[in-house]
Ligand binder design. Structure first.
Ligand code: UDP
Length: 398
């Protein structure tokens, strides 16, 4: 009989190597990357020696033409939303979704396997619904003991591909989403509702309003309407700015009742066009904004598409929301999440939306502050911390 060590990392055994975490996302919109970075920062804060790698699985590790999907996503959802909706609904039918994923997996298996072998992760985290069915079956073959967990980055409509039955744990944004996952057959014991992971900045108070407005080149004193269209700056943003500026000017002839700040993100053409225009109220056109927590803290009302990341962040900042649209499929239920809570309104008609904005910052200020309070009640500033704490204790140390 040999004296085998009870544990591999026993004092006289090999030193344990630092924790290696592989986060799989894809750049379809900006939300998945934002959540991945939030998790990465929290892992580094808790385990300074850990190695966290974020990978765009679809772009960099699937076969052509699937690898092109993230690059074409913004234009598909913007220009042909019906086509996107049809794809979303068809793949939401379990047999279709699973067999489509199986085809992509078969064609991409060697690349996925090479990624897992080179990264040698102790833990794999998915923050994208298309990742799970591509990677889990390969991981089970390459490293069956490596836990795979999913952090769902949608607020309402949870696409069935998020919910692979062999997930070690699934982190969902709301209790409602947990019930949905249970109804789809996932064991309750593996489901956790901590909120949607957002950047660490949102866990601290925002910069003082005047300072933040100055830093963004905005008027320091005027109430501010923030206009956003996700990480791609998509939607009828230009029409929204034009109509809203006109409505604000008309509602307050003695001087502007509010200013507008527009996040054009990666849409450089939109930024250039907005910056070149002469507007009847102050309009600040911004490119990609890193300090979103300060910008949201500096504003009084958000006009946005129903992106889950944006909604989760705005809620933490107690910023009421006017939703002008949603990506059909995954974002439809986000509208209910906001409207049912009384944290905002849905208004797809641009002219009517502009009128509502003007009302809310003039005669409707009471209504606006009530919505702000309800928005704050939806906020989960501690989501990222709670998710990482649970992964470390419930999954890795289990
Ligand atoms: N975002 C950002 N800077 C920008 C524009 C967007 O940090 O200039 C972030 C935004 O704060 C949110 C994410 O990008 O975290 C957008 O995610 P969402 O889920 O709202 O929409 P998506 O772009 O995924 O459709």
């Amino acid at each position: 009989m040999t004296d085998a060590p009870a544990r591999l990392n026993a004092a006289d055994g090999p030193a344990p190597r630092p924790l290696a975490v592989l986060i799989l996302m894809s750049r379809t919109g900006g939300g998945h990357l934002a959540s991945a970075r939030a998790l990465e920062a929290e892992f580094r804060a808790r385990r300074p020696d850990c190695r966290v790698t974020i990978v765009d699985l679809l772009t960099d590790h699937t076969a052509f033409p699937f690898s092109r999907m993230p690059a074409t996503y913004d234009s598909v959802v913007n220009r042909t939303p019906r086509l996107w909706h049809a794809m979303w609904r068809v793949t939401a039918l379990s047999p279709v979704g699973r067999s489509s994923a199986a085809i992509v997996r078969r064609l991409s298996r060697s690349r996925i396997e090479a990624l897992l072998r080179s990264e040698r992760p102790d833990l794999v985290i998915s923050v994208h619904p298309l990742v799970n069915h591509l990677v889990l079956p390969v991981l089970e073959r390459v490293a069956p003991l490596t836990p795979f967990v999913t952090v769902v980055t949608d607020l309402g409509g949870i696409h069935p591909l998020w919910l692979h039955p062999r997930n070690a744990a699934v982190y969902l944004p709301t209790d409602r989403a947990v019930e949905l996952a249970v109804s789809r057959g996932l064991p309750r014991g593996r489901l956790h509702a901590h909120g949607l992971p957002v950047r660490a900045d949102f866990a601290s108070p925002a910069a003082a309003r005047r300072d933040a407005r100055r830093a963004f080149g905005m008027d320091e004193a005027l109430p501010a309407i923030l206009v956003m269209g996700g990480g791609g700056g998509i939607g009828p943003m230009e029409a929204i700015v034009a109509r809203t500026a006109a409505a604000l000017a008309a509602a307050s002839p003695g001087g502007p009742a509010a200013q507008i700040a527009v996040v054009c993100a990666s849409n450089a053409r939109l930024k250039a066009r907005l910056a070149a225009e002469a507007w009847p109220v102050p309009v600040t056109a911004l490119g990609y904004v890193d300090r979103m927590s300060d910008l949201m803290g500096a504003c009084d009302l958000l006009v946005t598409k129903a992106g889950p990341g944006t909604i989760a962040e705005a809620s933490i900042r107690g910023l009421p929301m006017l939703l002008y649209g949603f990506i059909p499929g995954q974002e439809a239920a986000n509208v209910d999440h906001v409207v049912d809570a009384g944290a905002g309104l849905f208004e797809p008609d641009v002219a009517a939306l502009a009128t509502r904005v003007a009302h809310l910052v003039t005669d409707g200020r009471g209504e606006l502050s009530a919505m702000a309070e309800r928005a704050a009640s939806l906020g989960r500033a501690d989501a990222t911390r709670a998710i990482v704490a649970s992964i470390l204790s419930d999954v890795l140390d289990a």
